[in-house]
Each structure stands twice: as structure tokens, then as C-alpha cells.
Ligand binder design. Structure first.
Ligand SMILES: Cc1ccc(OCc2nc(C(=O)N[C@H]3CCS(=O)(=O)C3)cs2)cc1
Length: 341
């Protein structure tokens, strides 16, 4: 009996020191299991005297009950600890600020091209595209730039073969569209796209840049149609209070030719660094389509006329967004691009 009582205090001590459920199970098996000392004692009771037996039985049951109770109590505590630890480790602080989701944004150059396209689509123009690797004929000949013309110099263009080159403007798209327009009905197209110029390798020129040209062909198209179109473009792109100025110019594919300035939106005409103290900013070139160009495309200049214009969207974007270096468009510096999100 003394042994059972000492076993009880030994077991209880181990239970108190147990730190996890595995240990509790081991203690339960060791003391209360089939091979445990209490079971042994119960088996040994048959050898005891009749007056001894009931006393031993009572002690053995008390010890078993005491150990069982301690085990269950400790089990509950350990299970609760395990739950608390789990809650603690899995808890999230819902008051933390959310992680920002970085949305993209349109590239400023793409945004300007899109805006210009939408403006002319709203005036009934269609978007026309064509090959960047172009035939000599469409890039020069069909535009009144015959072989030998100085504008065709090799040092300005990327020739691929005798008759093939990287287009130096998007004008060949207009030439192709006129030629392909067999019913010779009216045309109103906008031709955006990449163009290539060998140009000297200085920093202000990029071998590849964008251009947007427009062409309108129809009966009774006049200079006033051109002026009205350019004025609307200037006001829509740079503000309703802009004035425009058309200066005489020369391009082989237009006659008469003009260059359009807009009144400076920064100083309103007084003069500043943006307009080089002239009060005016050059935006684009334009003119009435040259009769030779109409004829080469199969039109009769006595029946139809047309006007055309050309602009550099990088320059438009520089002016519109006050960007100081054209190379920002092509270097993909996120610090530059994120300003336009
Ligand atoms: C069949 C056809 C007939 C006429 C055409 O005239 C397109 C034109 N372009 C300009 C012009 O000034 N362009 C420059 C502006 C800046 S830039 O991007 O460097 C090129 C004037 S008239 C085009 C096609």
C-alpha cells in the first residue's frame, strides 16, 4: 500500500512537470495502463488475506482516481495552451494598412497619340497603317521626291536594299491608300506610326520615333478647310484660348505648304523659354496635296484636291506635359512614367 501511495505522488509530480499531450499520454500508460503498477496490485490482491483485500482495493482505486483526475486536469490545461498558441500564431492585425496595388498607366506618348486619334476619329477620319519596311517608290517617288532628290540622301535613311528602306515618315501609307482607293471616292485618314531616320547620332535625335500624318481627299477641298481643321486641332489639344498662325513653307509633296504655330500657352504670347521668347510655338507642317502626288496616285487634280499635315507626337507630348528631354519616352525610367498614372 505504501508503494502505491508513493507511486501516486511520483505520478502527480511527473504530470505537473509534463509540458505536452504526448508526455501526458505516456504517464497515463505507464501508471494506469494494463502493464502498470496499479493493475499489478489489483491482480496481486487474490493472494491477500480476506481482511487485507478490501483495504488494498480501496487504496488502489483512490490512487487510480487521483492520478486520473490530475491527468484530465493537466490535459485540459495543455489543450487550452495549444489553442492559445495557435490563436496567437495565426492571429492577423486587421488594422494594418492594406498593401497598395500598383496599377499601370498609359505611356505619355501613347496617351497623346490616342488623344489625337480620337480627336480626328470624332471628325470622321479613319486610322490607316502600313509597312515600316517600305518600298522606295512609296516612301519617296510617289511623294514627288524623284530619284536624285537631295531629301533621298543615303545618310538620312536606313536602306535595306536598292529599292527597300525603313520608312522615313508615314506619308507612304497615305500614298498607298490613295492608290488602293480604286473608286477614287473621298479619303479622310490619320496615319500614326514609327518612322526611322539615320540622322547624326546626337542626343536630340532618336533613330526611331513616332509620326502622325493626316490626309483629306475630296471635291472642293481648299486651304480654308485645312486652316479650320488645324485650328480645331490646336484648340482641342492645347486649350480653347490658343491662337494659330500659318507661315509659308515648302515640302515637295504639298503646294502651297505651311507651318503652323500656336500661341504660347505658358506666357500667352509675351515671350518665355518655352516659346523661345517669340510668343509662338511651332507644332506641325501641312499643305495642299501637290498635283503630281494626286496624279501619281491616279487622281485628276482638276477634279479632286486634298490637304495633308504631319506632326511629331513626341514634340506634342513634350509641349503638352512640359517634358524637357525626348529621351524620357524611350528609356522606361519608372520615376518618369509613374508621373502619368
Ligand atoms: C500623299 C501625301 C501627301 C502629303 C503629305 O504631307 C504630309 C506632310 N507632312 C508635313 C510635315 O511638316 N511633316 C513633319 C512634321 C514634323 S515631322 O514629324 O518631323 C514631319 C507637312 S505635309 C503626306 C502624304
Amino acid at each position: 500500500q505504501e508503494r502505491l501511495v508513493s507511486l501516486q505522488s511520483e505520478a502527480i509530480k511527473q504530470i505537473e512537470e509534463a509540458t505536452d499531450l504526448k508526455a501526458i499520454n505516456e504517464i497515463r500508460i505507464a501508471y494506469l495502463g494494463k502493464k502498470g503498477p496499479i493493475t499489478e496490485a489489483m491482480k496481486a490482491m487474490k493472494d491477500l488475506s480476506p481482511e487485507e483485500r478490501p483495504k488494498m482495493g480501496a487504496v488502489a482505486n483512490e490512487v487510480r482516481a487521483a492520478i486520473q483526475e490530475k491527468l484530465e486536469a493537466k490535459q485540459v490545461v495543455l489543450e487550452q495552451n495549444a489553442i492559445n498558441e495557435k490563436l496567437e500564431s495565426e492571429s492577423i492585425d486587421v488594422t494594418l494598412p492594406g498593401r497598395p496595388v500598383h496599377a499601370g498607366g498609359a505611356h505619355p506618348l501613347r496617351a497623346v497619340i490616342q488623344e489625337i486619334e480620337d480627336l480626328f476619329i470624332g471628325m470622321g477620319y479613319e486610322i490607316a497603317e502600313g509597312p515600316e519596311v517600305e518600298k522606295d517608290y512609296y516612301n519617296f517617288e510617289a511623294l514627288n521626291l524623284p530619284k536624285g532628290h537631295p531629301a533621298r540622301d543615303m545618310q538620312d535613311s536606313f536602306y535595306i536594299s536598292e529599292e527597300t528602306l525603313m520608312r522615313t515618315h508615314t506619308s507612304p501609307v497615305q500614298a498607298r491608300t490613295m492608290e488602293a482607293n480604286v473608286e477614287k471616292g473621298p479619303i479622310k485618314i490619320i496615319c500614326p506610326g514609327k518612322v526611322y531616320r539615320r540622322d547624326d547620332d546626337d542626343a536630340t535625335h532618336s533613330h526611331q520615333f513616332m509620326q502622325i500624318e493626316g490626309l483629306v481627299i475630296g471635291e472642293n477641298i481648299s486651304m480654308s478647310d485645312l486652316k479650320g481643321t488645324l485650328q480645331l486641332f490646336a484648340k482641342k489639344m492645347f486649350g480653347e484660348d490658343r491662337e494659330i498662325r500659318l507661315r509659308p513653307s515648302f515640302f515637295p509633296f504639298t503646294e502651297p505648304s505651311v507651318e503652323m504655330d500656336i500661341s504660347c500657352m505658358k506666357c500667352g504670347g509675351k515671350g518665355c523659354n518655352m516659346c523661345k521668347h517669340t510668343g509662338w510655338i511651332e507644332i506641325l507642317g501641312a499643305g495642299m496635296v501637290h498635283p503630281n502626288v494626286l496624279e501619281m496616285a491616279g487622281y485628276n487634280p482638276k477634279e479632286v484636291q486634298g490637304f495633308a499635315f504631319g506632326m511629331g507626337p513626341e514634340r506634342i507630348a513634350l509641349l503638352k506635359y512640359g517634358i524637357d528631354d525626348i529621351r524620357h519616352f524611350y528609356t522606361n525610367d519608372i520615376r518618369f512614367l509613374k508621373q502619368f498614372q
